[in-house]
Design a binder for this molecule. Structure first.
Ligand code: SF4
Length: 243
């Protein structure tokens, strides 16, 4: 468990680490940079750098946390990579199922495998699991359809790093949309009209809207103000403690 600086979560929990790039949104992957840095610092969990690694002992951690937490699962990886054994994915789900006092936010770019496992009824969806897909531009919009077809009870989209317009999204069955621009040394630009359009789409579809950041080379300076204020809407989770 690690306190997170990510605006839309509290903690990160990484039972797996390491990943491979799959689409344009991965170009400046933060997890890759961090994994290599942690390896260089001699952190044992990252001794394989950005290569996929499963960390069985980490599965026990959520049982020990005091108070309810909002947890981003696998911030340093992608749970639905094809090389992650389904048995391990199911163990991660069991931990989430057995800890209804916490909200677990799972985010993937491998929506095809997510849908496949869901169709095979291999995943147990409790109310405390929020399932999301990342969509950085129109080329990967199909991930939203895959997510929609799953039985996840709360569904969300991370439109970050937003590197192209996303007009006329089908937001049916979506509960939450996060929008953010790319940061780092050579960020790709996010146009304000893309963000405003997405906010309008969320309003029209009654979907919670969270604006994470404008990004750029100095993200502290560009901040996260849109139309004069911050937008930190979240899905509701009244049934969190009832599973
Ligand atoms: S899927 Fe996520 S963790 Fe994996 S390479 Fe892409 S951005 Fe990085």
């Amino acid at each position: 468990m690690k306190q997170s600086k990510i605006e839309w979560t509290e903690l990160t929990w990484n039972p797996i680490t390491g990943c491979t790039k799959i689409s344009a949104g991965c170009k400046f992957c933060y997890a890759e940079v961090m994994s290599k840095r942690l390896k260089a610092m001699g952190v044992d969990k990252y001794k394989d750098g950005f290569k996929l690694a499963l960390h069985e002992p980490v599965l026990a951690e959520p049982y020990t946390w005091r108070n309810s937490k909002i947890v981003f699962v696998n911030s340093m990886s992608d749970l639905f990579q094809k090389n992650v054994p389904i048995e391990f994915i199911r163990k991660v789900f069991t931990v989430m199922n057995e800890n209804p006092q916490h909200v677990f936010q799972v985010l993937t770019k491998r929506s095809d495998l997510l849908l496949e496992y869901d169709k095979q009824k291999l995943l147990k969806w409790t109310h405390n699991i929020w399932m999301g897909v990342s969509v950085e531009d129109e080329r990967v919009k199909h991930r939203i359809n895959d997510l929609r077809k799953t039985k996840a009870k709360t569904k969300f989209l991370s439109l970050e790093p937003l590197i192209g317009p996303l007009p006329k999204l089908n937001l049916k069955k979506m509960d939450w949309v996060i929008v953010g621009g790319e940061s780092g040394r050579r960020p790709r630009k996010m146009e304000p009209e893309w963000v405003l359009d997405l906010q309008e789409q969320c309003n029209a579809a009654d979907v919670a809207f969270f604006f994470k950041q404008w990004g750029g080379t100095n993200k502290k300076k560009t901040g996260r103000i849109l139309k004069g204020k911050t937008w930190d809407e979240m899905p509701e989770f009244p049934e969190l403690f009832q599973d």
